[in-house]
Design a protein around this ligand. Sequence first.
Ligand code: BEZ
Ligand code: FE
Length: 293
Amino acid sequence: MDVKPFNLSSIMSIHPVTQAAMRSFDKASDPRLTEVMSLLVKHLHAFVTESQLTKEEWMQGLEFLTQSAAITDADRNEFSLLSDVLGISSIVDVVSQPVGGTSSSVLGPFHSQDSRWMDNGANLAGDQDGVRAWLHGRVLDVQGQPIAHAELDFWQNADNGLYPAQDPGQDPYNLRCKIKCEADGSFNLLTIRPNPYTVPTDGPVGALLVTSQRSVWRPAHYHVIVSAPGYVGLVTELFPQDSEYIDNDTVFGVREGLIVPFTPCQNTDVAERYGLTQPFLEVNFDFHLVKAP
Ligand code: BEZ
Ligand code: FE
């Protein structure tokens, strides 16, 4: 039998306080809770030790969390924003992503559960400002076969860079919809080109970004949730390749496969269908879903 050598030095280097705090979760009813909490304690203690954190710094940290709690309510979650700007939301995405499908990306705070169902081909742009963009593509499996009648949940910001929740002048349902794709997996809709956007800066997380001389901007993006029975749901984003901040997203959501060209479109059928008289853009993207285990 293969016996692993006992790594004495790694055990010896863990302080008894850390060992005791890690082992305090041994009796949790769920073994996964034991594993996650003891590893969390281990790495937090390692952070304190390696940075030689002072008592004053730790009190500052607790004050930061207290301020975050004070500003958090049903509509505004400062802890979620903290997770985003520390890259934790993104790295959780990366480690939990099934192999082979379209990359996932952050959900963000502006998703709405009660978006309206619209017919495939919907016109979300109406008469609002913004360069018209025709978004179309298919929902496929990882072998490239169409997934019939997959569902899309789509949302984005308006030409002024704001989401409806930030802008009383916008209808709450503006530039968002749910669509059922066709039997061949295809979908299309008319919308506008999205715009770069700053994360909320009026709380402690914004203050941290400013003090750290970090950008508060996200590049322009569409948000899409793609789902179909029997497949792992996908929460993702599409980024115009020429967007400002594409290389410096403050929440680290950009993945190579999600950067797309917005190309000038000459399709007269599309122009006629939506009554477009100005030049417009085309975005063509296929989403690939992984079968549920
Ligand atoms: C957004 O996509 O709108 C967003 C994502 C993370 C944090 C803040 C905003
Ligand atoms: Fe967003």
